[in-house]
Design a protein around this ligand. Sequence first.
Ligand SMILES: Cc1cc2nc3c(=O)[nH]c(=O)nc-3n(C[C@H](O)[C@H](O)[C@H](O)COP(=O)(O)O)c2cc1C
Length: 324
Amino acid sequence: MSEPNPDLRAMLCGIRLDDPILNASGTFDAIAAKRVFGRRLIDRFPFSAFVSKTITVAPRHGNPPPRLWEASGGLVNSIGLPNKGLDGFLAEDLPQLAALPVPLIVSVMGSSPEEFAELVEGVAPREEVAAIELNVSCPNVHSGLIVGEQPVEAEALLVGLRELTAKPLIVKLTPNLADPAAVGAAAVAGGADALSLINTVKATPIDPETLRPWLGNQSGGLSGPAVMPIALAQVRAVAAAVPSTPIIGMGGIESGLDALMFLAAGADLVAVGTACFRDPLAAERIRQELTKAMRERSIFSISEIPGRTGWALASTEIEGQLEG
Ligand SMILES: Cc1cc2nc3c(=O)[nH]c(=O)nc-3n(C[C@H](O)[C@H](O)[C@H](O)COP(=O)(O)O)c2cc1C
């Protein structure tokens, strides 16, 4: 008799998901995809929950071109969060995203605690919204400090936002600091329900002709397979620091085996980003490959993956001294 298919069902802060594969914010335009693929997209929606592109209070045009650079094994982008702003999002995009067949997570970024509060107060009461992801990779205009790089700022931000909603608050961590686990732990202490990581890794491609920075914004963020080992290290460290907080792991996932590695490193769910640009249905293939990879290892549910509870995290304390 053949083995049963593994059970991929997952939970995110009380939200039931058919499987652990989400999209990474800003890498899948569901509204444009619906225009191109129509009903087929809804019938074969590739993710178990949809995370919106990050929105800000005011509309943004984004950064000057060029905005993309293809690196070996990755992509550097400096898109600069172009979006319609909170009002435009609520009026035009939210009704369309609410028609997707999966729970909706709205990603927001403020340049001050007041802006974050305005965004959360605008989005959280909408019943179409299952959870909010806080993109904390932006400087606080009051202190000049990047919230996601400072445990104190991250905790204070969450304490303020926690009072505003009972909906799940997910904090998206930046990888651009030595100790993301400290920021993750501080965000959880302030009231975050879940953490997602990694955002892009700071990067500056140089134009070989002019020998000047290629991107219109000078620097951008690296994503794709090149960042995966960094992401796995950070997921492990953060998972060890906040053992009972759900973690969405991402950074270079292109295959089911990559996804399994993130789950083994301590993530509870995974997100697919850059891979969606080459193949909008990449997540569907990744789901099939994950099922196969689990079956080959006699793993029959996500909770059986020896991630946080297994040997993988027991050895984190010996890190730091022996590289190179
Ligand atoms: C073109 C592009 C746009 C992105 N836009 C956002 C965004 O709006 N908000 C956000 O939190 N992350 C954004 N990201 C980061 C991704 O969500 C993800 O954290 C990162 O790319 C790592 O995953 P990946 O290697 O699978 O792409 C963007 C990444 C890319 C490549």
